[in-house]
Design a protein around this ligand. Structure first.
Ligand SMILES: Cc1ncc(COP(=O)(O)O)c(C=O)c1O
Length: 461
Protein backbone atom coordinates (compact mmCIF):
# COMPACT_ATOMS: atom_id res chain seq x y z
CA UNK A 1 0.00 0.00 0.00
CA UNK A 2 1.44 3.38 -0.90
CA UNK A 3 1.72 5.78 2.03
CA UNK A 4 -1.52 7.72 2.39
CA UNK A 5 -0.15 11.16 1.62
CA UNK A 6 1.47 10.32 -1.70
CA UNK A 7 -0.40 11.92 -4.58
CA UNK A 8 -2.40 9.37 -6.60
CA UNK A 9 -0.60 10.18 -9.85
CA UNK A 10 2.76 10.05 -8.13
CA UNK A 11 4.57 12.98 -9.60
CA UNK A 12 6.94 15.17 -7.62
CA UNK A 13 5.10 17.69 -5.52
CA UNK A 14 6.86 20.41 -3.51
CA UNK A 15 4.51 21.87 -0.94
CA UNK A 16 6.81 23.92 1.31
CA UNK A 17 9.91 26.01 1.04
CA UNK A 18 12.90 23.70 1.11
CA UNK A 19 13.89 22.72 3.65
CA UNK A 20 10.45 22.77 5.28
CA UNK A 21 9.92 23.46 8.99
CA UNK A 22 10.24 19.83 10.13
CA UNK A 23 13.29 19.31 7.95
CA UNK A 24 14.92 22.41 9.43
CA UNK A 25 14.46 21.09 12.96
CA UNK A 26 16.00 17.72 12.09
CA UNK A 27 18.90 19.28 10.23
CA UNK A 28 19.62 21.48 13.26
CA UNK A 29 19.75 18.38 15.48
CA UNK A 30 21.88 16.58 12.90
CA UNK A 31 24.34 19.47 12.91
CA UNK A 32 24.69 19.11 16.69
CA UNK A 33 24.79 15.35 16.94
CA UNK A 34 26.01 13.67 13.78
CA UNK A 35 29.53 13.36 12.44
CA UNK A 36 30.32 16.42 10.33
CA UNK A 37 32.27 14.23 7.91
CA UNK A 38 29.16 13.37 5.88
CA UNK A 39 28.70 15.13 2.54
CA UNK A 40 25.10 16.26 2.09
CA UNK A 41 24.51 17.98 -1.26
CA UNK A 42 21.10 19.44 -0.33
CA UNK A 43 18.74 19.31 2.63
CA UNK A 44 16.53 16.32 1.88
CA UNK A 45 15.16 14.84 5.11
CA UNK A 46 13.49 11.59 4.05
CA UNK A 47 10.52 10.19 5.86
CA UNK A 48 9.27 7.36 3.68
CA UNK A 49 9.64 5.85 0.26
CA UNK A 50 7.63 3.92 -2.26
CA UNK A 51 8.86 2.87 -5.71
CA UNK A 52 10.88 5.78 -7.05
CA UNK A 53 9.10 8.24 -4.73
CA UNK A 54 10.59 9.72 -1.58
CA UNK A 55 8.46 11.77 0.75
CA UNK A 56 10.21 14.17 3.11
CA UNK A 57 9.24 15.02 6.67
CA UNK A 58 7.16 17.99 5.46
CA UNK A 59 5.11 16.03 2.95
CA UNK A 60 7.12 17.07 -0.12
CA UNK A 61 7.38 14.31 -2.72
CA UNK A 62 10.39 13.67 -4.92
CA UNK A 63 11.45 11.34 -7.69
CA UNK A 64 14.54 9.54 -6.49
CA UNK A 65 16.88 9.40 -9.46
CA UNK A 66 19.80 8.37 -7.26
CA UNK A 67 18.09 5.36 -5.59
CA UNK A 68 19.53 6.21 -2.19
CA UNK A 69 22.93 6.24 -3.92
CA UNK A 70 22.40 3.21 -6.18
CA UNK A 71 21.05 1.06 -3.36
CA UNK A 72 17.24 0.96 -3.75
CA UNK A 73 17.55 -1.26 -6.83
CA UNK A 74 13.97 -2.53 -6.65
CA UNK A 75 12.64 0.89 -5.61
CA UNK A 76 11.89 1.99 -2.08
CA UNK A 77 10.08 -0.53 0.08
CA UNK A 78 9.21 -3.00 -2.68
CA UNK A 79 6.35 -5.06 -1.20
CA UNK A 80 8.09 -8.39 -1.95
CA UNK A 81 11.29 -7.24 -0.26
CA UNK A 82 9.41 -5.87 2.74
CA UNK A 83 7.43 -9.14 3.08
CA UNK A 84 10.63 -11.21 2.94
CA UNK A 85 12.25 -9.02 5.60
CA UNK A 86 9.19 -9.19 7.86
CA UNK A 87 8.96 -12.97 7.56
CA UNK A 88 12.66 -13.50 8.28
CA UNK A 89 12.63 -11.00 11.14
CA UNK A 90 9.97 -13.09 12.86
CA UNK A 91 12.01 -16.26 12.52
CA UNK A 92 15.71 -15.47 13.06
CA UNK A 93 17.26 -12.01 13.33
CA UNK A 94 20.86 -13.00 13.91
CA UNK A 95 23.11 -15.93 14.72
CA UNK A 96 26.51 -14.89 13.29
CA UNK A 97 27.66 -16.80 10.26
CA UNK A 98 31.22 -16.49 11.55
CA UNK A 99 30.52 -18.88 14.41
CA UNK A 100 27.43 -20.88 13.40
CA UNK A 101 25.61 -22.19 10.37
CA UNK A 102 22.22 -21.17 8.98
CA UNK A 103 20.66 -22.02 5.63
CA UNK A 104 20.34 -18.48 4.28
CA UNK A 105 24.14 -18.22 3.88
CA UNK A 106 24.30 -21.06 1.40
CA UNK A 107 20.98 -20.26 -0.27
CA UNK A 108 22.19 -16.80 -1.33
CA UNK A 109 25.69 -18.09 -2.16
CA UNK A 110 24.16 -20.63 -4.55
CA UNK A 111 22.07 -17.87 -6.15
CA UNK A 112 25.10 -15.57 -6.51
CA UNK A 113 27.05 -18.44 -8.01
CA UNK A 114 24.36 -18.81 -10.71
CA UNK A 115 24.73 -15.18 -11.76
CA UNK A 116 28.48 -14.72 -11.20
CA UNK A 117 30.32 -13.46 -14.31
CA UNK A 118 33.02 -16.13 -14.22
CA UNK A 119 32.86 -19.92 -14.43
CA UNK A 120 32.28 -21.79 -11.14
CA UNK A 121 32.61 -23.36 -8.73
CA UNK A 122 32.56 -20.24 -6.57
CA UNK A 123 32.91 -19.32 -2.93
CA UNK A 124 31.31 -16.35 -1.20
CA UNK A 125 32.43 -14.19 1.72
CA UNK A 126 29.81 -11.88 3.29
CA UNK A 127 30.24 -8.40 4.74
CA UNK A 128 27.95 -5.50 5.55
CA UNK A 129 29.19 -2.80 3.18
CA UNK A 130 31.01 -2.32 -0.08
CA UNK A 131 34.08 -1.29 1.84
CA UNK A 132 34.11 -4.56 3.76
CA UNK A 133 33.87 -6.60 0.56
CA UNK A 134 36.84 -4.67 -0.83
CA UNK A 135 38.78 -5.08 2.40
CA UNK A 136 38.18 -8.83 2.15
CA UNK A 137 39.29 -8.86 -1.50
CA UNK A 138 42.48 -7.00 -0.63
CA UNK A 139 43.33 -9.36 2.19
CA UNK A 140 42.44 -12.48 0.22
CA UNK A 141 44.49 -11.34 -2.79
CA UNK A 142 47.57 -11.02 -0.59
CA UNK A 143 46.81 -14.23 1.29
CA UNK A 144 46.25 -16.33 -1.80
CA UNK A 145 49.09 -15.04 -3.93
CA UNK A 146 51.56 -14.35 -1.09
CA UNK A 147 52.38 -11.17 -3.03
CA UNK A 148 52.05 -7.66 -1.68
CA UNK A 149 51.48 -5.08 -4.42
CA UNK A 150 48.04 -4.02 -5.61
CA UNK A 151 47.31 -1.90 -8.66
CA UNK A 152 44.29 0.42 -8.57
CA UNK A 153 43.17 3.37 -10.69
CA UNK A 154 43.02 7.15 -10.61
CA UNK A 155 39.44 8.19 -9.89
CA UNK A 156 38.66 4.88 -8.17
CA UNK A 157 36.40 4.71 -5.16
CA UNK A 158 36.57 1.47 -3.20
CA UNK A 159 35.60 2.62 0.29
CA UNK A 160 36.91 4.37 3.37
CA UNK A 161 38.43 1.94 5.87
CA UNK A 162 42.22 2.05 5.86
CA UNK A 163 42.67 -0.85 3.44
CA UNK A 164 39.89 0.18 1.05
CA UNK A 165 40.94 3.83 1.32
CA UNK A 166 44.42 2.89 0.19
CA UNK A 167 42.82 1.79 -3.10
CA UNK A 168 40.51 4.80 -3.32
CA UNK A 169 41.95 7.65 -5.39
CA UNK A 170 38.96 9.81 -6.10
CA UNK A 171 39.15 12.97 -3.97
CA UNK A 172 42.10 14.18 -1.92
CA UNK A 173 39.76 15.07 0.97
CA UNK A 174 38.97 11.39 1.43
CA UNK A 175 42.67 10.75 2.18
CA UNK A 176 43.70 14.04 3.83
CA UNK A 177 45.38 13.52 7.25
CA UNK A 178 44.82 9.73 7.21
CA UNK A 179 48.21 8.66 5.92
CA UNK A 180 50.18 6.52 6.11
CA UNK A 181 47.75 4.17 4.42
CA UNK A 182 48.32 0.51 3.59
CA UNK A 183 51.59 0.34 1.64
CA UNK A 184 52.02 -1.44 -1.66
CA UNK A 185 49.24 0.22 -3.66
CA UNK A 186 50.12 1.78 -7.03
CA UNK A 187 47.61 3.97 -8.87
CA UNK A 188 47.53 4.16 -12.65
CA UNK A 189 45.32 6.03 -15.15
CA UNK A 190 41.76 4.92 -15.89
CA UNK A 191 40.44 5.57 -19.40
CA UNK A 192 38.10 8.48 -20.04
CA UNK A 193 37.09 8.37 -23.71
CA UNK A 194 35.67 11.90 -23.59
CA UNK A 195 39.01 13.28 -22.42
CA UNK A 196 41.34 11.11 -24.48
CA UNK A 197 44.00 12.94 -26.50
CA UNK A 198 42.47 14.52 -29.61
CA UNK A 199 42.67 12.36 -32.70
CA UNK A 200 43.41 9.07 -30.91
CA UNK A 201 41.49 5.94 -31.80
CA UNK A 202 39.23 5.06 -28.82
CA UNK A 203 40.10 1.37 -28.79
CA UNK A 204 43.82 1.96 -29.13
CA UNK A 205 43.66 4.59 -26.38
CA UNK A 206 41.84 2.11 -24.11
CA UNK A 207 44.46 -0.60 -24.72
CA UNK A 208 47.36 1.82 -24.28
CA UNK A 209 45.90 3.00 -20.97
CA UNK A 210 45.98 -0.59 -19.68
CA UNK A 211 49.41 -1.23 -21.18
CA UNK A 212 50.93 1.47 -19.01
CA UNK A 213 50.82 -1.15 -16.25
CA UNK A 214 53.31 -3.31 -18.13
CA UNK A 215 55.25 -0.63 -19.91
CA UNK A 216 55.42 1.83 -17.01
CA UNK A 217 54.74 0.21 -13.64
CA UNK A 218 56.21 -3.25 -14.23
CA UNK A 219 59.24 -1.84 -16.00
CA UNK A 220 60.13 0.81 -13.43
CA UNK A 221 58.29 0.37 -10.17
CA UNK A 222 56.88 -3.05 -9.26
CA UNK A 223 58.17 -6.45 -10.38
CA UNK A 224 55.07 -8.17 -11.82
CA UNK A 225 55.75 -11.34 -9.80
CA UNK A 226 55.23 -9.25 -6.64
CA UNK A 227 51.85 -7.93 -7.78
CA UNK A 228 48.87 -9.70 -6.16
CA UNK A 229 45.92 -8.02 -7.85
CA UNK A 230 44.59 -5.38 -10.18
CA UNK A 231 41.45 -3.89 -8.62
CA UNK A 232 39.17 -2.12 -11.08
CA UNK A 233 35.65 -0.76 -11.37
CA UNK A 234 34.17 -2.07 -14.63
CA UNK A 235 32.18 1.17 -14.63
CA UNK A 236 33.83 3.84 -12.54
CA UNK A 237 31.23 5.29 -10.17
CA UNK A 238 32.22 8.03 -7.74
CA UNK A 239 35.08 9.02 -10.06
CA UNK A 240 32.67 10.33 -12.69
CA UNK A 241 30.43 7.60 -14.15
CA UNK A 242 32.92 6.30 -16.69
CA UNK A 243 32.20 2.96 -18.37
CA UNK A 244 35.46 1.06 -18.92
CA UNK A 245 35.92 0.35 -22.63
CA UNK A 246 35.84 -3.42 -23.28
CA UNK A 247 39.32 -3.27 -24.85
CA UNK A 248 40.72 -1.85 -21.61
CA UNK A 249 39.26 -4.64 -19.49
CA UNK A 250 40.34 -7.28 -22.01
CA UNK A 251 43.86 -5.93 -21.84
CA UNK A 252 43.81 -6.03 -18.03
CA UNK A 253 42.75 -9.68 -18.24
CA UNK A 254 45.64 -10.43 -20.58
CA UNK A 255 48.13 -8.76 -18.25
CA UNK A 256 46.76 -10.64 -15.23
CA UNK A 257 46.92 -13.98 -17.05
CA UNK A 258 50.46 -13.35 -18.21
CA UNK A 259 51.80 -12.50 -14.76
CA UNK A 260 49.64 -14.66 -12.45
CA UNK A 261 47.85 -11.60 -11.06
CA UNK A 262 44.26 -11.67 -9.78
CA UNK A 263 41.71 -9.47 -11.56
CA UNK A 264 39.40 -8.07 -8.89
CA UNK A 265 36.36 -6.26 -10.26
CA UNK A 266 34.54 -3.91 -7.93
CA UNK A 267 30.85 -4.04 -8.84
CA UNK A 268 29.62 -2.47 -5.62
CA UNK A 269 27.90 0.31 -7.57
CA UNK A 270 27.67 -1.10 -11.10
CA UNK A 271 26.49 -4.61 -10.24
CA UNK A 272 23.11 -6.21 -9.51
CA UNK A 273 21.62 -5.34 -12.87
CA UNK A 274 22.29 -1.61 -12.87
CA UNK A 275 23.84 -1.60 -16.35
CA UNK A 276 21.19 -3.92 -17.83
CA UNK A 277 23.29 -7.03 -17.20
CA UNK A 278 23.92 -8.53 -13.77
CA UNK A 279 27.47 -7.14 -13.87
CA UNK A 280 29.04 -4.31 -15.82
CA UNK A 281 32.06 -6.52 -16.60
CA UNK A 282 29.77 -8.72 -18.72
CA UNK A 283 29.64 -5.98 -21.37
CA UNK A 284 33.31 -6.74 -22.06
CA UNK A 285 33.20 -10.54 -22.12
CA UNK A 286 35.97 -10.63 -19.49
CA UNK A 287 35.80 -13.14 -16.64
CA UNK A 288 37.23 -11.72 -13.40
CA UNK A 289 38.81 -13.78 -10.62
CA UNK A 290 36.89 -12.01 -7.88
CA UNK A 291 33.98 -9.59 -7.78
CA UNK A 292 32.63 -7.44 -4.99
CA UNK A 293 28.98 -6.48 -4.69
CA UNK A 294 26.97 -4.46 -2.16
CA UNK A 295 24.68 -1.41 -2.62
CA UNK A 296 21.79 -2.78 -4.76
CA UNK A 297 22.07 -6.38 -3.57
CA UNK A 298 19.50 -6.17 -0.76
CA UNK A 299 17.42 -3.11 -1.73
CA UNK A 300 18.67 -1.14 1.28
CA UNK A 301 19.61 -3.64 3.95
CA UNK A 302 23.33 -3.73 4.72
CA UNK A 303 24.93 -6.63 2.91
CA UNK A 304 27.95 -7.17 0.72
CA UNK A 305 29.59 -10.15 -0.87
CA UNK A 306 32.96 -11.09 -2.27
CA UNK A 307 32.52 -13.81 -4.89
CA UNK A 308 35.60 -15.65 -6.12
CA UNK A 309 36.58 -18.66 -8.12
CA UNK A 310 36.50 -21.36 -5.44
CA UNK A 311 40.19 -22.23 -5.50
CA UNK A 312 41.19 -18.66 -4.76
CA UNK A 313 39.35 -18.53 -1.43
CA UNK A 314 41.89 -20.75 0.30
CA UNK A 315 42.29 -18.91 3.57
CA UNK A 316 42.00 -21.01 6.71
CA UNK A 317 39.68 -20.57 9.74
CA UNK A 318 40.51 -17.42 11.68
CA UNK A 319 41.92 -15.57 8.67
CA UNK A 320 38.95 -13.27 8.18
CA UNK A 321 35.33 -12.96 9.29
CA UNK A 322 32.57 -10.58 10.41
CA UNK A 323 29.98 -10.86 13.20
CA UNK A 324 27.13 -9.37 11.17
CA UNK A 325 28.21 -10.25 7.61
CA UNK A 326 25.52 -12.34 5.91
CA UNK A 327 22.81 -11.44 8.40
CA UNK A 328 19.72 -13.62 7.70
CA UNK A 329 17.33 -10.66 7.36
CA UNK A 330 19.63 -8.92 4.89
CA UNK A 331 19.95 -12.19 2.97
CA UNK A 332 16.16 -12.59 2.83
CA UNK A 333 16.02 -9.08 1.34
CA UNK A 334 18.75 -10.04 -1.15
CA UNK A 335 16.96 -13.19 -2.30
CA UNK A 336 13.75 -11.22 -2.90
CA UNK A 337 15.76 -8.46 -4.61
CA UNK A 338 17.45 -10.91 -6.99
CA UNK A 339 14.08 -12.42 -7.95
CA UNK A 340 12.67 -8.99 -8.78
CA UNK A 341 15.75 -7.90 -10.73
CA UNK A 342 15.72 -11.16 -12.68
CA UNK A 343 12.00 -10.96 -13.40
CA UNK A 344 11.81 -7.29 -14.44
CA UNK A 345 14.80 -5.19 -13.38
CA UNK A 346 17.35 -6.32 -15.97
CA UNK A 347 15.10 -5.81 -18.94
CA UNK A 348 13.67 -2.59 -17.58
CA UNK A 349 17.17 -1.22 -16.91
CA UNK A 350 18.07 -1.94 -20.53
CA UNK A 351 14.86 -0.50 -22.00
CA UNK A 352 14.51 2.61 -19.86
CA UNK A 353 18.27 3.16 -19.96
CA UNK A 354 18.22 3.14 -23.77
CA UNK A 355 15.22 5.42 -23.70
CA UNK A 356 17.03 7.93 -21.48
CA UNK A 357 20.21 7.79 -23.54
CA UNK A 358 18.27 8.28 -26.77
CA UNK A 359 16.59 11.35 -25.26
CA UNK A 360 19.81 12.94 -24.04
CA UNK A 361 22.34 11.86 -26.67
CA UNK A 362 22.14 15.25 -28.40
CA UNK A 363 22.29 17.32 -25.22
CA UNK A 364 26.02 17.97 -25.75
CA UNK A 365 25.09 19.60 -29.09
CA UNK A 366 21.99 21.38 -27.89
CA UNK A 367 22.31 22.27 -24.23
CA UNK A 368 24.70 24.73 -22.63
CA UNK A 369 27.10 23.15 -20.13
CA UNK A 370 26.65 19.50 -21.18
CA UNK A 371 29.92 18.24 -22.66
CA UNK A 372 29.31 14.49 -22.69
CA UNK A 373 26.63 11.93 -21.90
CA UNK A 374 27.47 8.25 -21.41
CA UNK A 375 26.18 5.18 -19.73
CA UNK A 376 24.83 1.67 -19.81
CA UNK A 377 21.42 0.62 -18.57
CA UNK A 378 20.43 2.85 -15.67
CA UNK A 379 23.96 4.01 -14.85
CA UNK A 380 24.16 7.26 -16.78
CA UNK A 381 26.54 10.18 -16.42
CA UNK A 382 26.46 13.70 -17.80
CA UNK A 383 29.66 15.73 -17.76
CA UNK A 384 29.39 19.51 -17.36
CA UNK A 385 31.86 21.88 -19.01
CA UNK A 386 32.10 25.65 -19.32
CA UNK A 387 33.64 25.41 -22.79
CA UNK A 388 32.94 22.59 -25.19
CA UNK A 389 36.25 23.04 -27.01
CA UNK A 390 38.58 23.15 -24.01
CA UNK A 391 36.26 20.88 -21.96
CA UNK A 392 36.98 23.00 -18.87
CA UNK A 393 35.05 21.36 -16.00
CA UNK A 394 31.90 23.18 -14.83
CA UNK A 395 31.86 21.91 -11.24
CA UNK A 396 29.94 24.84 -9.75
CA UNK A 397 27.30 24.73 -12.49
CA UNK A 398 26.90 20.97 -12.01
CA UNK A 399 26.21 21.60 -8.33
CA UNK A 400 23.70 24.30 -9.23
CA UNK A 401 21.82 21.90 -11.50
CA UNK A 402 21.75 19.28 -8.74
CA UNK A 403 20.37 21.87 -6.29
CA UNK A 404 17.80 23.22 -8.69
CA UNK A 405 16.59 19.72 -9.58
CA UNK A 406 16.05 19.10 -5.85
CA UNK A 407 14.00 22.29 -5.57
CA UNK A 408 11.87 20.99 -8.43
CA UNK A 409 11.41 17.55 -6.89
CA UNK A 410 14.05 15.45 -8.66
CA UNK A 411 16.79 13.88 -6.56
CA UNK A 412 20.08 13.51 -8.41
CA UNK A 413 23.68 13.54 -7.23
CA UNK A 414 27.01 14.51 -8.64
CA UNK A 415 30.08 12.31 -8.99
CA UNK A 416 33.62 13.14 -10.00
CA UNK A 417 34.46 16.84 -10.17
CA UNK A 418 31.82 17.83 -12.75
CA UNK A 419 29.53 14.90 -13.60
CA UNK A 420 25.88 14.42 -12.73
CA UNK A 421 24.77 10.84 -12.29
CA UNK A 422 21.43 9.22 -12.99
CA UNK A 423 20.98 5.90 -11.19
CA UNK A 424 17.26 5.53 -10.49
CA UNK A 425 15.72 2.31 -9.15
CA UNK A 426 15.70 -0.41 -11.81
CA UNK A 427 11.89 -0.33 -11.81
CA UNK A 428 11.63 3.28 -13.04
CA UNK A 429 9.22 3.73 -15.97
CA UNK A 430 9.80 5.61 -19.24
CA UNK A 431 7.10 8.09 -18.22
CA UNK A 432 8.86 8.84 -14.95
CA UNK A 433 12.17 9.14 -16.78
CA UNK A 434 10.64 11.58 -19.28
CA UNK A 435 9.31 13.76 -16.53
CA UNK A 436 12.65 13.79 -14.71
CA UNK A 437 14.51 14.61 -17.94
CA UNK A 438 12.11 17.48 -18.72
CA UNK A 439 12.89 18.97 -15.32
CA UNK A 440 16.61 18.36 -15.68
CA UNK A 441 16.68 19.97 -19.11
CA UNK A 442 14.92 23.03 -17.72
CA UNK A 443 17.41 23.18 -14.83
CA UNK A 444 20.41 22.94 -17.16
CA UNK A 445 19.01 25.68 -19.40
CA UNK A 446 18.35 27.92 -16.42
CA UNK A 447 21.82 27.42 -14.92
CA UNK A 448 23.39 27.73 -18.38
CA UNK A 449 21.66 31.07 -18.91
CA UNK A 450 23.38 32.37 -15.78
CA UNK A 451 20.02 33.33 -14.23
CA UNK A 452 20.18 30.87 -11.36
CA UNK A 453 21.71 31.81 -8.02
CA UNK A 454 22.78 28.90 -5.81
CA UNK A 455 20.51 28.99 -2.76
CA UNK A 456 21.64 29.37 0.78
CA UNK A 457 19.52 26.55 2.08
CA UNK A 458 16.84 27.77 4.38
CA UNK A 459 16.12 30.74 2.14
CA UNK A 460 15.33 28.65 -0.90
CA UNK A 461 11.96 29.09 -2.57
C1 LIG B 1 32.60 1.03 -6.51
C2 LIG B 1 32.45 1.18 -5.03
N1 LIG B 1 33.17 0.39 -4.22
C3 LIG B 1 33.06 0.48 -2.88
C4 LIG B 1 32.21 1.39 -2.29
C5 LIG B 1 32.09 1.47 -0.80
O1 LIG B 1 30.84 0.98 -0.41
P1 LIG B 1 30.23 1.32 1.03
O2 LIG B 1 29.94 2.77 1.06
O3 LIG B 1 29.01 0.45 1.10
O4 LIG B 1 31.24 0.90 2.04
C6 LIG B 1 31.43 2.23 -3.10
C7 LIG B 1 30.55 3.24 -2.51
O5 LIG B 1 30.11 4.16 -3.13
C8 LIG B 1 31.56 2.13 -4.50
O6 LIG B 1 30.86 2.91 -5.33
Amino acid sequence: MPPATLTPVEVPCIRTKLPGPNAKRIIAADERLISPSYTRSYPLVASRGHGIMIEDVDGNEFYDFCAGIAVASTGHCHPEVVAAIQKQAGELLHMSGTDFYYPQLTELAARLSQIAPMPGPHRVYYGNSGTEAIEAALKLARYHTKRQYIIAFHGAFHGRTMGALSLTCSKAQQRRRFSPLVPGVVHVPYPNLYRRPAGTDPEQYARDTARYIEEGVFRAEVPPEECAAIVVEAFQGEGGYLPAPPAFLQELRRICDKHGILLVVDEVQSGMGRTGKWWAIEHSGVAPDMITTAKGIASGLPLSALITRAEIMDWVPGSHASTFGGNPVAIAAALATINIIEREGLQNAREVGEHILSRIYDWPQNLPLVGDVRGRGLMIGMEFVTDKQTKAPAAEQRDQVVDLAFEKGILVLGCGPNTLRLCPPLVVTKKQADLALDVLEECINRVGSGKHRRPTWGEAA
